[in-house]
Design a protein around this ligand. Sequence first.
Ligand code: NOJ
Ligand code: CA
Length: 691
Amino acid sequence: MRTIIYLLAMLFLASCTNQTQIVTSPDGAVTVKIITDNNVLQYSVNFHDKQVVLPSSLGFKFANQPDLLGPFILQKTERRNVDETWKPVWGLDSMIHNHFNELRLFFKEKLEPQRRFVLVFRVYDDGVGFRYEFRQQANMDKVAIISEETQFRLPGGMAWWIPGDYESYEFLYNHTPLAKIDSANTPVTIELKTGPVISIHEAALYDYADMTLTHAGKDSALFKSKLVPWPDGIKVKTKTPFRTPWRVIMIGAHAGDLMESHLIQNLNEPNKIKDTSWIHPVKYVGIWWGMHIGKWSWYYGPKHGATTERTKQYIDFASTHHIPGVLVEGWNKGWKTWLKGKNVQDYLKPYPDYDLKFLADYAKKKGVFLIGHHESGGNIPSYEEQMEEAFSLCEHLGIPAVKTGYAGKIHPEGMHHHGQWMVRHYQKVVEVAARHHIMIDAHEPIKDTGISRTWPNFLSREGARGMEYNAWSDGNPPEHTLILPFTRFLSGPMDYTPGIFNLKFEDNGKHRVYTTLAKQLAYYVTLYSPFQMAADLIENYENQPAFKFIEDVPVNWDETRVLKAKIGDYLTVARRKGQNWYVGSITDEKARHWKISLKFLKRGQSYKALIFTDALNTDWVNNPTTIEIGAYRVTADDSLCVMLSPSGGQAVEMLAAQPEDVRDLKPISTFNQAQKKKIKPFDAVPVYRKN
Ligand code: NOJ
Ligand code: CA
């Protein structure tokens, strides 16, 4: 009897160790294989019959215990299907479909110390997320990860990427074959040789280090996770139980599919804030651009930007133009120390020429609110010491949102912006702010990994090269904002700060913005942020008919559709709020034209279309600000001609109207005909999606 039991046990073990587990997405488009044959643990991913990830290894190396690289015994598996919808507090679609097949694989090391972990795969129609989970166990208590050995063996292709820097994501994008990547910060977006477009990123980054990608060995398309270290070289310090962030591969047939995906949010936990009545998207102006173009200073002195008088003017402007928020930077004491070694600011005390209490009340009277600003300059102990009181002050004064900043070297010395210690800090800020009913917009942040599903008061963040670079550097070239929607924005909203009207501001021609005015307007539809700025000095908006688009455009949407998209080249996005649609189109340095079918409008409904577009003689070099504005009547049977100058744009609002209200307007066909006559037709551009 004993021999039979032994033989059966051996047979069972053998069958467990030589297995390939398969899990497919609900519609069958995405297939993941987990291979545990021959003592290796690998996974691979396919999209239809196309290879996305070739067999790639998994595991860990530790500083305080043996490596965890196998061989492993697969002890059991669990499967489930989840099909649900959820409603975000704000965002691009009012309902989100969360539909996946999950496979949980319970592994145990074959040899001592026989540690156990669960590998969880969630397979969606638009990609894959997987993570490692470690339960509490006798042979594994304290954990010091020296390397997460998660690999991504790709079939080759062209990648859009920024360097795997530990302090900043503020770079221009490279577009190179995979082999040319040295190290990269995610999301890294890749047009694979096999056809699909993918983006590698992570979701739900809590108490762990940021994952960058680096080459693993000589294979030009083999990448592995490279975590940002602590000063002593350890990457993650933790203990069981713990789980890693999700490693995510977003997958689409076209680049536009990635933009429509909610995979990163779906992989995050539901909202943890019970009462969300105080959380709302914010459009804002601010005392900000003036400092970046050198007209004003953050610090107290003759050029001080944040004076009571100027802030009053900004409040008046915001109130007149129905812009709810007014950001004021440089309001508090300590700015002289910023970027000069250790930043020591006081987040409770205003400069003498800034009457904080009066201004907060004045804003309230005018039906708007102030937005606070905390520039830590990287000095974390000093900020953390004051944080509780600083948020409390904002709450007390009716300041519902704070922009935070981490421009400067992190103190304590040796910590990196993207390391585990800072990940903890960024999270602490969001949670303390939530207790005080404060919304957060973080600059120099940790990258977005979708946690605003769980903490919806984390409205937006920077985490890429934003508008400010045009004020004081060699600027953002025309194609930069044609790359961001397919890379940085896949992770979540970005506070890019669009809306510069004075594109060639007076600083002796040293700097400028590399777009037309119409493209600045189109950014409000193409570059999503629920914390969205009209970034220019308010005097540049006075008597500008184009400002109407910024007044009207929503910062929260019910539905989003990407109508035409090519990474680095061109983009058209349509977004719906209630019955109204907004359409934004932008191009890189090339003039382009295309046609959009308006089939997405409601059948039988009349709309008043207000079109803001580049004129015949508009060009971003010499004549960027000339813009044509017209009102037309449109229906779902119509199409819209998009005719863009180099680095140009078109912004359109289509407001549902009664037929009698649009009867006197010209039909859109007159606009389309005029557009066609404007410029000699360019070479035909392929259409990404016909509606
Ligand atoms: C860098 C931020 O990106 C910018 O918006 C801010 O004005 C400065 N830091 C000062 O805090
Ligand atoms: Ca910045």
